[in-house]
Every structure is written in structure tokens, then in C-alpha cells.
Design a protein around this ligand. Structure first.
Ligand SMILES: Nc1ncnc2c1ncn2[C@@H]1O[C@H](COP(=O)(O)OP(=O)(O)OP(=O)(O)O)[C@@H](O)[C@H]1O
Length: 303
């Protein structure tokens, strides 16, 4: 069952089409990573899903309900961590979580939630004195209140140190294991790569790509880097390699040649043969495109 169904969503701000004919669905229990460069329309999409902004046209259904007309029902089943979460400076972290428990009529133990996000020790300090990362951890604890069926996290990694980022990943995995659907936007590609079942790459308000990370890597037909260890490097060899169809970039470094390939197996084979023909071949390794390569490929256009 689809938990989120976005159908031809368009949102204009005057001349700017922040979201432009976006269609997307997210299945129950899925962890969906929503990526895109600054200004791509991620927050606008999320805001429309939760009825914080009205679409210019198109339809969004969450849990099968109209996100606009039945937003209260949608939000009741959702946990939200949105950009610019407004903390009350005079309230403590625990008070924020307690307030959310009361509002949602949930029966969570605030200490347990604060523990999960690594904020137990600072629970009784006022949020006004929290660092950016601590406020983000608190916002995550608030989002988890009531075991929501859907977690919507807009840039949840903002301000988090590496430990905080790990906590976030653990929480996302735990929530998905519990059966929750997680929809999160992020600029930190490693974060997304580590936990997302599928990703969507938004560009100028439309989807440039959607699928499993591995699927998109394969769809690129490569984006692989071939590292060849060599006994010597000559300009002639580098020129030969650069002349092979499907080779995007060639660099010599530390006794090896790094060959970025857009082409498939044929390109790599021809590159390896060129090195062997030069009599300098020692060893090789192929590295698949990282999510970062996939992201650049879809958002920057042809190299
Ligand atoms: N309230 C608004 N009024 C006018 N323009 C807006 C408004 N909100 C968003 N926009 C514009 O819509 C476009 C998409 O913005 P949005 O915040 O959705 O992008 P984003 O992908 O979330 O970006 P970021 O990663 O920088 O947060 C941008 O050009 C932005 O300037």
C-alpha cells in the first residue's frame, strides 16, 4: 500500500515553480530518501504533504487521505521534524517531549525517548541553552512521540556531529523495523545511502531519478572508477586511455591510474588492454559509483 501518493504536484510562488508536476509514491514501511540541490523544491513538497502550503495544482494523498482536506488526520499519524523547528527557549528538553506526549495523547516515557536520541543528560536543561545539534536531537525525540506510522524528516542531519548522525541512522532503522514509513530529505548523501531503501532526486521541482541506490548506479551504466596499478606512467598511455570511448576522466596518482568510466564493461576492458599493451600493468580494482556520483550525474548534467 502507498502511504504517500503525490500526483502531478505543482506549487508556484509568483514566477517561480518551486515544484513542477511532481509525481511520486512511497510504500508502507519504506525508507525514502529525498535528495536534491538547494532550491530544488524538497521543503515545498514536504510542506504541501502536511498542508503547511497549498498546492497550485495536483493532488497529494497520505494514508489514502487528501493531504489538504484531511490534514489533521494525516498529522495525527505522523511524526515531524521540519526545518526551523521552533523550540521554546524557556522549556527544558524533557518538557518539550512531555508536551508532545500530552498533545498526541500518547503514553511514551519521555526519558526513554530522550535516551534514544542521546539527550538524557541534558533533559533538564532549558532548550534556549542547547546547541544546534542538541535542538535537532530534541526535535527528533518529539517526532518519535506516539510511534507514528509516518516519519517526515526534513534535513534531519542539520547540526549533528558524527555521533548524532549515527544516532539518527539507528533511529531511522529502528523505526523502519517497527513498521513505520520514513520520508526524509538530506544533503548528506552518506546518511541517505546508509539507510534509504529508495531515493528520489529532485531537480528544479521535478524528479530527475527515482529508485534503489544500486539500481540508479546501474542505470548510469557505470559511473565506475577503474584503478589500475602500474609500474610506470607515460603521457602516451594517458592519452591512449583518454581516447577510449566511454572514458570520462584519467588521472595518474601514487603509482596507479584512475580511470572514470561512463561506459560499460567494454570500456573497462579496453582500458585494461591499453595498460597491458604498454607493458606496465600490475593490478586493478573497480569501484562502483557512489551515491555522490549518482547525485552529481543527475543534477549536474553531462560532464
Ligand atoms: N514562501 C516562498 N516564497 C517564495 N519562493 C519560495 C518560497 N518557498 C520556496 N520558494 C522558492 O521555491 C524554490 C524551492 O524551494 P525549497 O525550499 O522547496 O527548496 P529545497 O529543495 O528545500 O532547498 P534547500 O535544500 O535549500 O532547503 C526555491 O526557488 C525557493 O526560493
Amino acid at each position: 500500500m502507498s502511504v504517500i501518493e503525490i500526483d502531478e504536484l505543482t506549487k508556484r510562488f509568483g514566477e517561480v515553480a518551486a515544484v513542477d508536476g511532481l509525481s511520486l509514491s512511497v510504500e508502507e514501511g519504506e525508507v525514502f530518501g529525498f535528495l536534491g540541490p538547494n532550491g530544488a523544491g524538497k521543503s515545498t513538497t514536504i510542506n504541501a504533504m502536511l498542508d503547511f502550503t497549498k498546492p497550485t495544482s495536483g493532488e497529494i494523498r497520505v494514508f489514502g487521505r487528501d493531504a489538504n482536506r484531511e490534514s489533521v488526520a494525516v498529522r495525527e499519524r505522523s511524526g515531524l521534524l521540519l526545518e526551523g523547528y521552533g523550540a521554546y527557549p524557556r522549556l527544558t528538553g524533557r518538557e518539550h517531549v512531555e508536551h508532545a506526549i500530552e498533545t498526541k495523547d500518547a503514553d511514551d516515557d519521555p526519558d526513554q525517548l530522550l535516551d534514544r536520541v542521546g539527550l538524557r543528560e541534558a533533559a533538564d536543561r532549558r532548550a534556549g541553552g542547547y546547541s544546534k545539534g542538541m535542538r535537532q536531537r530534541m526535535a527528533l525525540a518529539v517526532a518519535l512521540v506516539g510511534d507514528p506510522d509516518l516519519l517526515v524528516l526534513d534535513e534531519p542531519s542539520t547540526g549533528l556531529d558524527p555521533n548524532g548522525a549515527r544516532t539518527l541512522r539507528e533511529v531511522v532503522v529502528e523505526e523502519a523495523d517497527r513498521g513505520a514509513t520514513v520520508f526524509f530529505s538530506s544533503h548528506i548523501l552518506e546518511q541517505v545511502d546508509a539507510v534509504a531503501d529508495r531515493i528520489g532526486i529532485l531537480l528544479d521541482g521535478s524528479l530527475a531519478a527515482v529508485g534503489e541506490v544500486g539500481e540508479l548506479q546501474r542505470e548510469l551504466g557505470a559511473g565506475a572508477t577503474l584503478s589500475v596499478w602500474v609500474s610506470a606512467v607515460s603521457d602516451a598511455l594517458l592519452a591512449d586511455l583518454r581516447g577510449i570511448e566511454g572514458v570520462r576522466d584519467v588521472r595518474a596518482r601514487h603509482g596507479r591510474v584512475e580511470i572514470a568510466c561512463d561506459g560499460g564493461g567494454e570500456t573497462k576492458l579496453r582500458a585494461l588492454n591499453a595498460v597491458a599493451d604498454a607493458g606496465v600493468f600490475e593490478d586493478f580494482e573497480v569501484r562502483d559509483a557512489s551515491l555522490s556520483d549518482v547525485f552529481s550525474k543527475y543534477t549536474e548534467g553531462p560532464a
